[in-house]
Design a protein around this ligand. Structure first.
Ligand SMILES: Nc1ccn([C@@H]2O[C@H](COP(=O)(O)OP(=O)(O)OP(=O)(O)O)[C@@H](O)[C@H]2O)c(=O)n1
Ligand SMILES: C[C@](O)(CO)[C@H](O)COP(=O)(O)O
Length: 232
C-alpha cells in the first residue's frame, strides 16, 4: 500500500570509481549473489508504488550498459540514464535536472540493502519536515584525531548519527540548494549538507537501518551477501 499520495522520484547515483574497493570493475557492477549491486538497488525502487520515476546517473562509459539493464531487468520506471560528474555532488545535480516529480530522493547505487520500510519512513518524514535523511545512532565512541595521530576531541556520542541514503527533499528546494553550492564552489559528501548550508531549512533524520550499508571496501561485499541471504 502506498504511504503517500505525493509524486516521488529517485536519483540513483552510480558514477563513482570505487577506488576504496580496489577492483578493476567498479563496485556498483560487481555481482551480489546473482545480480549486479546496482540492479538490486534499482529493483527496490522499481517495486515501490510510491515511486513514479527513477533517474540513474552513471559513468560516461556505462550509459549504454545501464540502459540495457533497464530492459534486461524490466525496470520500467527508469526515465533516463545520465552521465555523472567528477564528484558525487555533481552527479546528483545532473540527475536532479532529469527528474520531473515534485518530491525527490537521492540514493547511493551502492546501498542495495535499504528496505522499502526505511524508504517510506524517509519519505513520510520529508513530507512533514521538507527535508529528511535516513540515519542511525553511532555505536562506537568517535574521536577526532590530528595528523600526528593524537586524539584532540571526544564528541558526545549521544549527538552523533551515521548518515545514510536515501535523502529526501522537495525537488525545487534541492535543485536550488545544489545550484547555490555549485556557484559557491562548495562540495560536500551528502545532499543534506548542501541543504543545511544553502537550503534555508532544517534537515531532520528518519530512522535508518544498520544493515543499510554502503558497499565501500572489500569486506562489505561478502557482508552484504550474508545479509541478503538472511532475508531469504
Ligand atoms: N563522482 C561520483 C562519485 C560517487 N558517485 C556515487 O556516489 C555513491 C557513494 O559514493 P562512494 O561510496 O564514495 O563511491 P565511489 O566514489 O565510487 O567510491 P570511492 O570514494 O571509494 O572511489 C556511489 O554510488 C557512487 O557511485 C557518483 O555518482 N559520482
Ligand atoms: C551520502 C553518503 O552515503 C551518506 O553516508 C556518504 O556521505 C557518501 O560519501 P562518500 O564519501 O561518497 O562515501
Amino acid at each position: 500500500m502506498p504511504v503517500t499520495k505525493a509524486q516521488w522520484g529517485v536519483v540513483i547515483v552510480a558514477a563513482g570509481r570505487g577506488t576504496r574497493m580496489g577492483t578493476k570493475e567498479s563496485k556498483q557492477y560487481l555481482l551480489l549473489q546473482d545480480k549486479p549491486v546496482l540492479v538490486h538497488t534499482m529493483e527496490l525502487f522499481q517495486g515501490m508504488d510510491e515511486i513514479a520515476e527513477i533517474v540513474l546517473v552513471v559513468g560516461g562509459d556505462d550509459v549504454s550498459r545501464c540502459e540495457a539493464f533497464a530492459n534486461e531487468y524490466a525496470l520500467s520506471k527508469v526515465k533516463a540514464v545520465v552521465q555523472g560528474g567528477s564528484e558525487r555532488q555533481h552527479s546528483v545535480l545532473r540527475g536532479l535536472r532529469a527528474i520531473g516529480t515534485e518530491w525527490v530522493m537521492v540514493h547511493d547505487g551502492v546501498r542495495p540493502l535499504v528496505t522499502a520500510e526505511a524508504v517510506r519512513r524517509c519519505m513520510r518524514e520529508a513530507e512533514r519536515s521538507e527535508a529528511s535523511v535516513l540515519a542511525v545512532p553511532v555505536k562506537d565512541t568517535i574521536k577526532q584525531v590530528n595528523e600526528a595521530g593524537v586524539i584532540t576531541a571526544t564528541p558526545d556520542r549521544r549527538s552523533l548519527w551515521a548518515i545514510q541514503t536515501p535523502q529526501a527533499f522537495r525537488h525545487v528546494r534541492l535543485v536550488e540548494a545544489h545550484e547555490r553550492a555549485e556557484a559557491d564552489g562548495f562540495v560536500g559528501t551528502d545532499d543534506a549538507v548542501v541543504v543545511e548550508r544553502y537550503g534555508g531549512i532544517a534537515v531532520t533524520v528518519a530512522e535508518g537501518e544498520y544493515t543499510n550499508i554502503k558497499i565501500t571496501t572489500p569486506e562489505d561485499l561478502p557482508y552484504a551477501s550474508f545479509l541478503l541471504g538472511q532475508r531469504g
